[in-house]
Design a protein around this ligand. Structure first.
Ligand code: PMP
Length: 429
């Protein structure tokens, strides 16, 4: 095959959220392998994976127990369909998840990506009301700045930005509450609920942290009021924990920190520890029961994906859940989160180029002060960190730090130092 790996990549691979005309100018890496928290590129250079491979990795790469779980499952079966039939590994995974998810009498509908789990949640909420005989509950309330994925339904409940306006003619209208950057967003949402609940199938929210909005952290208290209003007014509560789930916020689920029990929950990313694409929509027993009826009748959930409940992914997810429940994992998240916050306060917050720092557990956004038009500071700062061996990726001018849950003390220091040096270089007055 002619050319370097990156030339070969650029000639055949179309990368998501990437302008391919500029791809090669942005010094992309081609990863060949990994060890622990480091990715290793085709030239043998190592990069600390400080974004957990886009927020999916939890315990590092090539974890022996997770590798073994995949190998063992390969000795049984890689995949068998969940449409109308079962798989022992998926049953075991679901039983294990049922012990931990903050949803009453949970039932699990599997898919492969976060967006698909949200899409399923939207459709299930929509059909729930039809099955219950309630007419007119055909839309959703969602929040400004929200991000729920890129399929048309999840894009519709998502806020503006990230190119979503290109698809405005396709996106269905929703009732839009303010984003988490408005301190009164919960009160505003509750007021809107009072006037629109007749039309609403569900409220969709990222509990505690709006990730893609730039790690916007909300106070915990308000979510209980939102949940109470939903219950009082007959609107389902969908919590999208695709990003916040599986330990990232310092608790297994952000809903626990908020003290809420959603009717429906979307999980993805960390479900398999970053190994294999698997997501799941969790519904309460009450919702599940509303879909029971005559065989092939109209109450059936007519939705399902070819690879939903893939056995290899289920095997790794089941083992991952066992590992992540060891108390030292969440203890490490909370200790390292404290260290990260302290180091950022000391080393990064005082820098001229920094406007704000927001953290919750090991989810962190460092917002840069606005640069000159077209400067793309976020990208430049991350490129500087990559050149220093720390892989970062920005959301606009917010640099996101999302290290694995098992990140070590020296590695946190390495991340903060690389970030600080890069900000000093890029944002020098
Ligand atoms: N919901 C949230 C809150 C997310 O952060 C993301 C992805 N960043 C998604 C949904 C979509 O997940 P996926 O990219 O796996 O489709």
């Amino acid at each position: 095959m002619a050319g370097t790996w990156i030339e070969r990549d650029a000639s055949v691979v179309w990368h998501g959220f990437t302008q391919m005309d500029a791809f090669l100018r942005n010094s992309p890496l081609v990863i060949e392998s990994a060890e622990g928290h480091e990715l290793i590129d085709v030239d043998g250079k190592r990069y600390l994976d400080a974004i957990s491979s886009l927020w999916v990795n939890t315990l590092g790469h090539r974890v022996p127990e997770l590798d073994q779980a995949v190998i063992d499952q390969l000795g049984r079966v890689a995949h068998s369909t969940l449409l109308g039939h079962g798989n022992t590994t998926v049953v075991e995974l679901s039983e294990a998840l049922a012990e931990v998810v903050p949803v009453d009498e949970p039932h699990f509908v599997y898919a492969s990506d976060g967006a698909a789990a949200v899409e399923q949640a939207l459709k299930i909420a929509f059909q729930y009301w039809k099955n219950e005989g309630s007419e007119g509950k055909t839309t959703y309330m969602a929040f400004g700045g929200a991000y729920h994925g890129d399929t048309v339904g999840s894009l519709s409940v998502g806020g503006d930005g990230f190119g979503s306006s290109t698809f405005d003619d396709l996106r269905f209208p929703v009732v839009r509450a303010p984003g988490f950057d408005d301190p009164a967003f919960i009160d505003a949402a509750i007021e809107l609920l009072e006037t629109t609940h007749d039309e609403l199938a569900a409220v969709v929210v990222e509990p505690l942290v709006q990730g893609a909005a730039g790690i916007r952290v909300a106070p915990t208290d308000g979510f209980k009021d939102l949940e109470a209003s939903c219950r009082d007014l007959g609107v389902l509560l969908i919590c999208d924990e695709v990003a916040t789930g599986f330990g990232r916020t310092g608790s297994l689920f952000a809903s626990e920190i908020c003290g809420i029990r959603p009717d429906i929950m979307a999980l993805g990313k960390g479900l398999t520890g970053g190994y294999l694409p698997m997501s799941v929509t969790v519904t309460s027993g009450a919702i599940y029961k509303a879909f029971l009826g005559e065989d092939l009748g109209p109450k059936t959930l007519y939705h399902g994906h070819s690879y939903g409940g893939n056995a290899l992914a289920a095997a790794v997810a089941r083992k991952h859940l066992e590992l992540i429940r060891a108390p030292e994992i969440l203890a490490n998240v909370n200790d390292r989160a404290e260290q990260l916050k302290r180091l950022l306060d000391e080393r990064v917050a005082p820098l001229a180029g920094v406007a704000d720092i927001r953290t919750q557990g090991l989810m962190c956004g460092v917002e840069l002060a606005p640069g000159s038009p077209g400067e793309r500071r976020g990208r430049l700062v991350c490129a500087g960190a990559v050149a220093r061996g720390v892989l970062l990726r920005p959301l606009g001018d917010v640099v996101v730090l999302m290290p694995p849950l098992t990140i070590t003390e020296p590695e946190i220091e390495r991340i903060v130092e690389a970030l600080a040096e890069s900000i000093e270089e890029v944002c020098a007055p």
